[in-house]
Design a protein around this ligand. Structure first.
Ligand code: HEC
Ligand code: HEC
Length: 396
């Protein structure tokens, strides 16, 4: 450990070695050449009291002073290398301590500014939102789902989340928070929020359980619609298991529907689905043909203004229209890879398109977080689930 050390540790080590060698050499010479000295005598004036005699002065008194010097020198020699040896650990602990302080401050900012939409602890919530047309005319008053943020760092890098916080997401209720985007928070406060978000991320088991609960809810609706006599909870559960067993086979007739259910997964306020960014109006109620019809009836100006004209799965919202996506990815495999990794700002993807960093990655990620080291973020969708979604997307 000590050998694989930083500059400070090397300095400490060199000092320690020098002191040791010095001590040995000193003792060696001291013992070898040290011999009793014969003192010189002087006459003392009559008005002066005699001090201790030379013999005493050059032995006990001198030895006492020398002994004390040796003790202080030894203390300094020990403390100095110790200081240098421990300095890196001290610095590291100080940095980690600061991360802890950032987390506490971030939590406070979150409860003040974010929890009203994203829920306490970032578990997801809703935002009351007024939709206006490009001329600023009122169109509709909706409840817009604010996704849970407990898997956000699996989907996005911290730099991408910082970007979302700084600039918000135009066209949605998510406002700009950073000074750079016209918001109230300083760069450091945004950093504190990101550090806080780290502390609320779900581990792999919890993330998988959350996503599975959404899939099962979707499948439950399918099986109970097909067989209304299913009411007992255990029966429904068994029917869901049977359906899933069949539908996850790519040869199954239900495979595309399985992909669609994953695409629309409603758990955690839509946090882990695709529809909230790729299907118009999905976040504020356009979650199915029937639900969209209800929404349009309640708010006719939605259709008149062209903001939401009907149930159009995958037709694009924050993310692009997915119709014809086959033309952008030569093979399903390349499309699956893209969904696993997501887009990066300025990096090309698919058929010569350039990423904005806005498309999340679902295959898990490993982040190198400075003093904390590398952190593995949960995988949100398995490769098989991503393949099913891709099959569904390519059927749109
Ligand atoms: C007025 C409600 C509201 C407030 C306040 C708000 N958000 Fe949001 N936020 C949203 C909505 C709605 C979305 C999803 C937008 C969409 O449909 O794409 C969102 C999206 C996000 C996302 C992207 C998540 C993803 O997976 O796409 C992050 C990160 C985020 N918010 C963090 C925060 C933080 C941190 C704060 C506090 C500083 C905050 N939000 C305050 C409503 C809000
Ligand atoms: C937070 C919003 C968001 C979510 C959630 C999201 N996407 Fe995207 N998606 C985007 C954006 C934005 C792009 C465009 C790429 C870019 O700007 O970097 C994109 C691009 C894509 C593309 C490429 C489209 C093309 O024609 O080139 C595919 C395919 C895609 N997304 C699939 C998915 C799937 C599958 C999911 C769910 C597992 C998903 N997206 C979830 C925002 C999102």
């Amino acid at each position: 450990m000590i050998l694989a050390a930083s500059t400070q540790r090397t300095v400490g080590l060199v000092l320690a070695v020098l002191v040791m060698v010095g001590l040995v050499v000193y003792m060696l010479f001291n013992f070898r050449i040290g011999k009793r000295e014969v003192g010189s005598e002087i006459d003392l004036a009559a008005n002066r009291t005699p001090h201790v005699d030379d013999l005493e002065l050059e032995t006990r008194v001198l030895d006492r002073s020398l002994a004390w010097s040796l003790v202080t020198l030894a203390a300094i020699s020990l403390v100095l290398p110790m200081y240098w040896l421990m300095e890196p650990a001290r610095q590291e602990n100080a940095a980690i301590d600061w991360v802890g302080r950032f987390e506490v401050k971030g939590a406070r900012i979150f409860e003040d500014g974010c929890a009203n939409c994203h829920g306490p602890g970032g578990v997801g919530g809703v935002a009351a939102f007024t939709i206006a047309d490009p001329d600023g005319q009122f169109v509709a008053q909706v409840e817009w789902k604010a996704p849970a943020l407990t898997t956000a760092l699996s989907r996005f890098s911290e730099a991408e989340v910082t970007d979302i916080l700084n600039y918000g997401r135009p066209g949605t209720p998510m406002p700009a928070w950073g000074l750079s985007g016209g918001g109230p928070l300083t760069t450091q406060q945004v950093e504190q929020l990101v550090v806080y978000l780290r502390s609320i991320q779900l581990d792999q088991d919890a993330a998988t359980a959350e996503i599975n609960s959404g899939i099962r809810a979707g499948v439950g609706a399918v099986v109970t619609a097909a067989d209304p006599s299913l009411t007992d909870r255990d029966d429904v559960d068994a029917a869901i298991d049977t359906w899933l067993e069949g539908a996850t086979d790519p040869a199954s007739d239900d495979y595309l529907l399985y992909g669609e259910l994953l695409f629309n997964n409603a758990s955690a306020q839509d946090a882990n689905n695709c529809a909230r960014c790729h299907t118009p109006g999905f976040s504020f109620g356009a979650t199915s043909e029937a639900a969209t019809a209800d929404l349009l009836e309640a708010w006719p100006r939605l259709a008149e203004s062209g903001i939401l004209t009907g149930w159009q799965p995958g037709a694009g919202h924050v993310g692009p229209d997915l119709a014809g996506v086959e033309a952008h990815f030569s093979t399903s495999q390349r499309q699956s890879e893209f969904i696993r990794a997501g887009s990066e700002v300025g990096i090309g993807f698919g058929n010569a398109r350039t990423g904005s960093g806005g498309m999340p990655g679902y295959g898990g990620r490993v982040d190198d977080l400075d003093v904390i080291g590398t952190v593995e973020r949960s995988q949100l969708l398995t490769p098989e689930q991503i393949d099913a979604i891709v099959a569904y997307e390519r059927s749109l």
